[in-house]
Ligand binder design. Structure first.
Ligand code: GTP
Ligand code: MG
Length: 502
């Protein structure tokens, strides 16, 4: 059993290392360094919070001039950070604390949340209430929807995506992670909690594997609850967690030296988040605080000159039709004529918003709200893609993919006729495996000649996948973010894959 597990994790690693190389081949991270000379001189941190559940009709800030606005946009890079990890690790608390420490949430609001949390017998949850905005989340103390908020440091505008940790909400976590560039993996150091999260079936493992598959290239592992009485800033506990996580992160495809860093924090107390730790509290930690770590992460970005693609995650009516999503490639400008795929609806860009600000153009990595003319809100579904008209995204009902089988339910066999739910960018769609084409030897990465009729856990197999409705996807080699996917059955991730032919 153990040997098999190691093998499986090796396989995942090899599949995912491939993907990492593919992406890095396209963009040179050196080119993406923010231009330090042009940075704002004012070192003050700014924050803007916004909840995705709240009405997204934010105030539109008047623009002094188009030129100023463009300069402003070019100055700071934008990164999407997804908070992942096991249920109750402290993701929402840490996210809330970031907003509080950045001055976005005032003391009175915190006092109000303290009272509300107390009334619900959830005293310690008040910080999480900043991110957990709906009643169900506050009563149960569990995030359901991916919370969204914004804050800024000297070099970067961040969008925080606060994913739910509970296993019932993994599909929401997938949608959050698929929009993210970097991940903050929150781990509870409290006695017993790290262990539960790390066990097979715990969400620490599942989230890491999903994040890697979904294109989260860099991970910041925050060892949280260091203030807890069972931990008390113990170096031994921190080292124990780090030493257990490192081999697992490697197996999941992360280059631990280049792409991962660790740091101790207390989300609840707000320690080692905006400012470095006091030596009197924790003598052994010399490293950076969370803000510094986030600031220094470099990620390759999509190509602003390639054809425009923005998968739509949500839409609403507000003086026309407004769609929300993250730009995966290309640039969008006011007045552009674009297509909404797969329906080929011709639309015109009336206005573009980043956070609350109206802008005239936006490039890869930006989360946008785009007001369109020429289409009704009812005619758009999430999973549709706002796309260049000259070079629109491919539409298919069938594709060929290289699949890595992770864990089938009850050790079922995987064969033609297998049905699952396909998650690819913002698309969620039932699919069926119609043909297994070729098995690939996980060790040598070479095709196995013998005809393949079924495979089991751990196999890598090339197969044809069919969906009932037309979907918008691309080959992984052309647009990695639009060509990688997961297959889930009855709430469990059974396979990860990349599209090799359309
Ligand atoms: P889900 O959204 O359900 O996955 O949980 P989460 O990871 O968002 O955890 P949440 O922030 O809701 O916190 C869960 C519990 O852990 C709450 O009772 C928090 O007060 C507590 N907690 C979070 N961070 C810390 C910390 O730094 N120290 C201590 N002592 N408790 C913490
Ligand atoms: Mg939460």
């Amino acid at each position: 059993m153990f040997v098999w597990m190691v093998d499986l994790e090796e396989d995942i690693r090899s599949l995912q290392l491939d993907s990492a190389e593919d992406i890095n081949g396209v963009v040179n991270p050196e080119d993406e360094k923010p231009d330090v000379d042009k940075m704002d001189e004012d070192p003050k941190q700014e924050v803007q919070a916004q909840s995705v559940e709240a009405e997204p009709k934010a105030k539109v800030k008047e623009i002094l001039s188009v030129q100023d606005e463009e300069d402003e946009q070019m100055k700071k890079r934008h990164l999407n950070v997804v908070f992942i990890g096991h249920v109750d690790a402290g993701k929402s608390t840490t996210g809330g604390q970031i907003l509080f420490l950045s001055g976005q949430v005032d003391d009175r609001t915190i006092q109000k949340y303290e009272k509300e949390a107390k009334d619900k017998s959830r005293e310690s949850w008040y910080m999480a209430y900043i991110m957990d905005t709906n009643e169900e989340e506050r009563v149960k103390g569990k995030t359901v929807e991916v919370g969204r908020a914004h804050f800024e440091t000297d070099t970067t505008r961040f969008t925080i995506l606060d994913a739910p940790g509970h296993k019932s909400y993994v599909p929401n976590m997938i949608s959050g992670a698929s929009q993210a560039d970097i991940g903050v993996l929150v781990i509870s150091a409290r006695k017993g909690e790290f262990e539960t999260g790390y066990e097979r079936g715990g969400q620490t493992r599942e989230h890491v594997q999903l994040a890697k598959t979904l294109g989260v290239t860099k991970l910041l592992v925050v060892v949280n609850k260091m203030d807890d009485p069972t931990v008390n800033w113990s170096k031994e506990r921190y080292d124990e967690i780090e030493s257990k996580m490192i081999p697992f992160l490697k197996q999941s495809g992360y280059n631990v030296k280049k792409d991962v860093s660790f740091l101790p924090i207390s989300g609840l107390m707000g320690l080692n988040i905006k400012t470095r730790l006091d030596k009197s509290l924790c003598s052994w930690w010399d490293g950076p605080c969370l803000f510094e770590s986030l600031d220094s992460i470099e990620v390759p970005m999509g190509d602003p000159k390639s054809p425009f693609r923005m998968p739509i995650i949500d839409k609403f009516k507000d003086m026309g039709t407004v769609v929300m999503g993250k730009v995966e490639s290309g640039t969008i400008r006011d007045g552009d004529s674009l297509l909404i795929m797969p329906n080929k609806d011709h639309v015109k860009v009336v206005a573009i918003y980043i956070d609350e600000n109206r802008v005239t153009l936006a490039g890869p990595g930006e989360n946008l709200r785009v007001r369109l003319s020429g289409v009704e809100e009812e005619d758009i579904l999430s999973g549709f893609v706002l796309s260049s008209a000259a070079n629109p995204i491919s539409t298919v009902t069938e594709f060929v993919a290289q699949l890595q089988i992770l864990e089938l339910l009850d050790n079922a066999i995987f064969t033609a006729g297998y049905k699952a739910v396909l998650h690819v960018h913002s698309v969620v769609e039932e699919c069926e495996i119609v043909e297994l084409l070729q098995q690939i030897d996980p060790k040598t990465r070479k095709p196995i000649k013998k005809k393949v009729l079924f495979v089991k856990n751990g196999a890598i197999v090339l197969c044809r996948v069919q969906v009932n409705n037309v979907i918008c996807v691309e080959k992984f080699s052309d647009f990695p973010q639009l060509g990688r996917f997961t297959l889930r059955t009855e709430g469990k991730t059974v396979a990860v894959g990349k599209i090799t032919a359309l």
